[in-house]
Write a protein that binds this ligand. Structure first.
Ligand SMILES: [Zn+2]
Length: 443
């Protein structure tokens, strides 16, 4: 007979975009190496360290793909950021719809007749953007209906309905003062395919929106005042929902994410995790402390708790390594204020890592270096690494953990790893014991 053990739980502290590069101004250290992080260092000393990359070393990933892979899902199961954000924003998306990320932009036509992003971002208030959204909210082209939903600031989502396909290219060049790319079906999509029709419908909508926005009274007023018009919409990362096994089905336990971004609500909704929405304040230390306190409350109801902070990524995007150091130190202090109940619990496994690296200098949005990873908790090997950063943890006992191995380690440390080869259910599930059918005498 097995003795009844109390079930172990896992709290994952995810510091978004934490990984970085080394900078001469920091003594050839990364912001994380340069930051004073006594709490994260203590966790490192109490556990096993390594590096983590969600896919392949060198691949630069956005948060949604990195989280998707971290949660042990393959890129074949990935529905595209547009679809995940639509779910996160609670938009009326159906499985056959295509959702595309869309944002307002200031555009102009260059001497060759090509559309180009201006070198000015859209930072206008909601009340200025609302009338513009309303004027380009609904469009139809050859049986494809396109609706624009603004979600936050200049950002929104287009939902395309009809015989549509997500296999179309982006128009958003991301870099200011660059030409928009043409919207086209992907390579090898035939001319009469849904992808070709979707690209044609989206192009028609974007041209219509450009013309219509350019003539909008609000933009005429802006031009009279010498301001650049908010006259276009640019798009990227089309997606379509598909059906994937829920998190509980894959791992045999329940999970919740405590995060502020709607993309995490979207991922949770898609993967069958619960979601607890929090707000970011000016004090990211207090924010992470409050999220960890919430995680302690959730331990009675959930087995896996994802505690997220967006702030290291946001700080890195300001391209100021010093700003990232300040955020890391605030987070470290905040974790220190709330970590004790988790550290003292004999049943809690704590993991700390990031989803990707965000370089706080240079042209890249995100970069492909792995990020530090630690696990600490009951029975977890203690290596000799003393400091939590990209370089020291590389010498730790975990080595470099990739993609689905992260959740395998979580299952292992939670004592739910399956002895490979056992088949207690018709599915070769990743956890053990499986939710098997009992053996009955007779039928
Ligand atoms: Zn980022």
């Amino acid at each position: 007979m097995f003795s009844i053990h109390k079930k172990k739980k896992c709290v994952l502290i995810l510091l978004d975009g934490l990984g970085d590069r080394s900078y001469t101004a920091l003594g050839n250290r990364t912001p994380l190496q340069a930051a004073h992080t006594p709490v994260l260092d203590r966790l490192t000393q109490n556990g096993a360290s390594g590096l983590f990359h969600p896919t392949r070393m060198g691949q630069a990933l956005p948060s949604e793909m990195a989280h998707f892979a971290l949660f042990g899902y393959s890129m074949k199961e990935f529905p595209g950021r547009g679809a995940l954000e639509a779910l996160g924003a609670g938009l009326p998306i159906r499985t056959e719809d295509v959702a595309v990320l869309a944002r307002f932009a200031k555009l102009f036509t260059d001497a060759d007749g090509c559309l180009r992003l201006s070198d000015e971002k859209v930072t206008e208030e909601d009340e200025r953007l609302n009338p513009l959204s309303a004027s380009v909210g609904d469009y139809e082209y050859r049986g494809i209906r396109i609706r624009f939903y603004r979600t936050k600031g200049p950002y929104g989502i287009l939902i395309l309905r009809g015989n549509v396909s997500p296999r179309i290219t982006d128009t958003d060049p991301i870099l200011l003062n660059h030409r928009l790319s043409a919207v086209k079906p992907w390579h090898k999509e035939p001319p009469e395919s849904p992808a070709a029709d979707t690209a044609a419908a989206l192009k028609s909508y974007l041209v219509w929106a450009y013309e219509r926005l350019g003539k909008h009274p609000l933009n005429r007023e802006r031009i009279e005042k010498g301001l650049e018009p908010i006259n276009g919409i640019v798009t990227q990362r089309a997606g379509q929902l598909r059906s994937v096994p829920f998190f509980r089905e894959r791992y045999g336990f329940s999970g919740i994410s405590i995060a502020s971004g709607i993309i995490y609500r979207g991922i949770c909704s898609y993967l069958g995790l619960d979601f607890h929405k929090v707000k970011d304040t000016d004090n990211c230390g207090e924010d992470i402390a409050a999220r960890l306190e919430k995680a302690v409350d959730f331990l009675g109801r959930y087995d896996f708790i994802h505690v997220h902070s967006e702030r290291p990524d946001q700080a890195a995007h300001t391209k100021d390594p010093e700003a990232k150091i300040r955020v890391i130190e605030e987070l470290d202090a905040g974790i220190g204020r709330a970590i004790e109940p988790l550290l003292e619990s004999p049943d809690v496994v704590i993991a700390v890592t990031a989803d990707h690296s965000t370089p706080s200098k240079g042209p890249l949005v995100h970069s492909g270096e792995p990020v530090p990873l630690i696990f600490c908790g009951p029975g977890i090997r203690r290596d000799r690494v003393e400091q939590f950063n990209e370089v020291d943890t590389a010498g730790g006992a975990l080595g470099c953990v990739r993609g689905p191995e992260f959740m395998d380690l979580v299952l292992n440390y939670m004592d739910r790893a399956k002895l490979q080869g056992l088949m207690d259910t018709p599915y070769d599930q990743r956890y053990w014991p499986g939710d098997y059918e009992p053996f009955r005498i007779g039928k």
